[in-house]
Design a protein around this ligand. Structure first.
Ligand SMILES: NC(=O)c1ccc[n+]([C@@H]2O[C@H](COP(=O)([O-])OP(=O)(O)OC[C@H]3O[C@@H](n4cnc5c(N)ncnc54)[C@H](OP(=O)(O)O)[C@@H]3O)[C@@H](O)[C@H]2O)c1
Length: 328
């Protein structure tokens, strides 16, 4: 797998990472043994970037990662976690020094390490980006040797533009996929100019872009694709990228004929993301070894032709843009 430099950190990571939300919670029943096998297989195949958060299964995802890394020994991947969502309510005041320290201490324990590679503020309220003292607190955590770097995971492009004004922010995580093109228009150039890493999350639009769903597909009640379809529990943009399910299914049918050769639609969706130089790493979620391996193989596909990129952009313009473009 090709590597890309991770912003100003001096580190490089493979283009396809591992998104570890599904192995924590909110995706229906996920088997720990399968999750562990998926992580091992991904690391064996050269994945060296894992994204998790302290709230994924209330620390379960972090602890599974720690267990796998302990079993393996040797070189550690770059493990990015997130803090802030354990707050009962998202307020600026919640991001106090005391709370941030406590979150970081807990993630240090969960991940069984003495210094966290990368801590991202986990979709904090928009106002937080206008409070430099929150970012100064992250600087102090670096000074204390508890974290190596910090970044942000944002909902909106404008939050990212504000966040990268802080010189200590090394990375921005944002929803970017065939159903979310605005980051490429509005954010990527500025991020590149400041040498800020871009982590492309929800790259498969929660699985929609695999092409495997139909109108009558049923999701478990504990799967956010069921319980958050209208944003009942958290930002609806995290579920199917915020695209109404039926609209997404119709757009997928327009993309399906573009898939050719041995590649799957999921692999095409991931290779599409890698066409953007500003993207450092795409982090598909995988709940088992088969998915993890299929996703990694996308990095081996040849670059997509201009006509293909245009055809996908056209589907976005005509079918998807009205639902998402001005929301995030
Ligand atoms: N606020 C935030 O910061 C935030 C929010 C969301 C996500 N994230 C991060 O971004 C990562 C990726 O996003 P995501 O997991 O939400 O969505 P995603 O990567 O777009 O979709 C992942 C889901 O698609 C299905 N899938 C994956 N690979 C597949 C394959 N090859 N073939 C068929 N199905 C496949 C799996 O679910 P099924 O098998 O059940 O269909 C999997 O759980 C997360 O794991 C997390 O690390 C962060």
């Amino acid at each position: 797998m090709r590597s890309r430099s991770f912003g100003r950190t001096g580190r490089s990571v493979g283009e396809i990472g591992f998104g570890a939300w599904a192995i924590g919670d909110a995706w229906g029943q996920v088997d720990d043994e399968e999750a562990i096998a998926a992580l091992h297989a991904a690391l064996d195949a050269g994945v060296d970037f894992i994204d998790t958060a302290d709230v994924y299964g209330d620390g379960h995802s972090e602890r599974l990662i720690a267990r796998v890394l302990k079993e393996r020994g040797g070189a550690r991947p770059l493990v990015a976690t997130k803090v802030g969502r354990r707050l009962p309510q998202q307020t600026v005041a919640g991001y106090s020094e005391e709370n941030l320290n406590a979150f970081v201490e807990r993630s240090l324990r969960n991940l069984a390490t003495d210094c966290l590679d990368l801590v991202q503020l986990h979709c904090p309220p928009t106002d937080l980006y206008y409070h430099p003292e929150a970012f100064e607190r992250m600087e102090r955590l670096i000074g204390q040797g508890k974290i190596r770097h910090y970044g942000v995971s944002v909902e909106r492009v404008e939050e990212a533009l504000k966040a990268i004004e802080y010189p200590g922010v090394v990375s921005v995580q944002i929803v970017f996929n065939m159903f979310r093109l605005r980051p490429a228009e509005r954010l990527f150039r500025q991020a590149q100019e400041r040498n800020v890493a871009i982590i492309a999350r929800v790259p498969l639009a929660s699985g929609l872009l695999t092409g495997k769903f139909a109108r009558d597909t049923r999701f478990e009640n504990t799967d956010h694709r069921q319980f958050n379809r209208n944003g009942e529990a958290f930002d609806v943009g995290e579920t199917f990228s915020g695209v109404p399910y039926e609209v997404g299914l119709a757009a997928v049918e327009r993309i399906r004929p573009l898939v050719s050769g041995d590649a799957t639609m999921a692999q095409l969706a991931l290779r599409w993301i890698l066409m953007f130089d500003a993207v450092t790493v795409a982090i598909p979620g995988a709940r088992n070894l088969r998915q993890a391996m299929a996703n990694i193989a996308a990095a081996d596909l040849p670059p997509l032709a201009d006509e293909m990129m245009d055809a996908i952009a056209q589907v976005y313009q005509e079918d998807v843009k009205p639902y998402v473009h001005n929301r995030w």
